[in-house]
Write a protein that binds this ligand. Structure first.
Ligand SMILES: [Zn+2]
Length: 437
């Protein structure tokens, strides 16, 4: 693999000088900075880590006395109030940075900003793109609550759920990325509310959309940009944004529910659509990737094949030509890598998804273990090694555990295979602070 510093040369950052249009750039750049941090740490790339730190320092330095940070224009850019959508991927980036570096500035920084968020009225929660994407906000609020126990974070989570779009009934938006991010929101709030019904609502939200628009090899949906009746076959496309956000949702749901079907779905995207959407160096992308496409030309179609009025299947430099996806496509592989190994409820490790990897973590009793995974998965390459750690059995290939599906070392259970009536399974979590992914 090439040094990560070659993936994207980051510009020097002057956060306060960014205008409204710079807000998304802030989010995208900072997310990439955090991904640089993640990847740089994994590869010992000190230059990438230094560049990431430069961005993080510049962002943290902008926080004001009431907790707001970043471009000042965002204070009033949504109907006269703050627009929180550009902040959400950035908050996740800061979390990634904290998990890698244990930077003591981050948790109090986030507490101050989420207090600011909690002080806003319903209009900051129930309109525009942010209303569909509070799942990202819940992810941060729950993470921060587990770190701090601050009661206001539960109040804030309730506002996100109450004022945000309702994902428990009819799909509230036809936009592919909104769906890829938003459908998991009920299950996320279900962690706080203790509601299995909310978890089941997420299963229904996924099934409802995918039944109509997911008849599409590779795990994606026909959404270019919105899904449209009559345009549901594999000649349509799925945004690169949608691919990585769908993967992130499936990874999160693997942890929340313990149901291996979500890991299956994530791998389907990771091993099919994501590699097809990016060049191997992460510099160029398709806006959309179609399962069935014979031509990736740079001509706008004339028969209404795709919703947008530009050439959506061309292969272009991501930042220069396609301004949408660069804000999050960089998180696809780092997030996937982070979620390969999870902590099981009994204090052990679970191999949630498969790829060549090495994990070091503390297991029950405080013992530090290191597991090195050498695999050609998903290509057929029988492994002679047994699986004393828990291992997910991909539904498409059967159980590889020596004691069979449902055995004592198998993370897949009969109950978890019985979709869609699956009950919430064991809650897995990301490995503890000694994890080195
Ligand atoms: Zn996009």
């Amino acid at each position: 693999m090439r040094p990560v510093r070659e993936l994207l040369p980051l510009p020097r950052l002057h956060v306060d000088r960014l205008g409204a249009s710079g807000a998304r750039r802030l989010g995208g750049g900072a997310v990439l900075a955090a991904r640089l941090c993640a990847t740089g740490r994994r590869h010992g790339d000190t230059a990438a880590l230094a560049r990431s730190r430069e961005w993080i320092d510049a962002i943290l330095a902008t926080q004001q006395s009431d907790g707001f940070f970043g471009p000042r224009s965002l204070r009033t850019s949504l109907n006269g109030g703050p627009d929180f959508w550009p902040f959400l991927p950035l908050l996740q980036a800061l979390r990634t940075h904290e998990e890698f570096t244990h930077d003591e500035r981050v948790v109090p920084f986030l507490v101050r900003f989420l207090r600011f968020m909690n002080a806003q009225g319903p209009g900051a929660f129930d309109t525009s793109w942010i209303s569909y994407r509070w799942g990202d906000g819940l992810d941060i609020a729950v993470w921060l609550y587990r770190r701090t126990g601050e009661p206001f974070l539960l109040e804030l989570a309730a506002k996100m759920h109450t004022y945000g779009a309702d994902w428990t009934g009819a799909t509230p938006t036809r936009h592919n990325v909104n769906i890829a991010q938003g459908f998991r929101e009920p299950a996320q709030y279900g962690q706080i509310a203790g509601s299995d019904e909310l978890t089941r609502a997420t299963y229904r939200a996924y099934d409802g959309v995918m039944h109509a628009y997911g008849q599409f090899p590779g795990g994606g949906m026909a959404g270019d940009e919105n899904y449209r009746p009559g345009f549901g076959d594999p000649r349509q496309g799925f945004e690169t944004c949608g691919i990585v956000e769908f993967m992130a949702s499936h990874e999160l749901l693997t942890r929340i529910t313990g149901d291996p079907v979500w890991a299956d779905r994530c791998e389907d995207l990771a091993f099919n659509m994501l590699p097809a959407s990016l060049d191997p160096r992460g510099r160029s992308i398709h806006y959309i990737t179609s399962a069935n496409s014979v031509d990736l030309d740079n001509r706008t179609k004339t028969q209404g094949q795709f919703q947008n009025g530009f050439a959506m299947q061309a292969f272009h430099p991501g930042v220069d030509q396609y301004r949408c996806c660069p804000h999050n496509y960089g998180m696809g592989w780092p997030y996937f890598t982070e979620e390969l190994w999870l902590s099981s409820p009994d204090g052990g490790l679970a191999a949630a998804m498969y790829a060549p990897s090495r994990v070091r973590a503390q297991v029950a009793g405080g013992t530090t273990v290191t597991v090195t995974e050498d695999t050609g998965y998903p290509s057929p390459r029988p492994s002679p090694s047994p699986c004393p750690p828990r291992a997910r059995c991909a539904s498409r290939c059967g159980c590889a555990c020596p004691d069979g599906a449902g055995g004592p070392n198998c993370a897949s259970t009969d109950a978890s295979r019985a979709r869609p009536t699956v009950p919430p399974g064991p809650r897995w979590t990301a490995p503890g602070t000694t994890a080195t992914w």
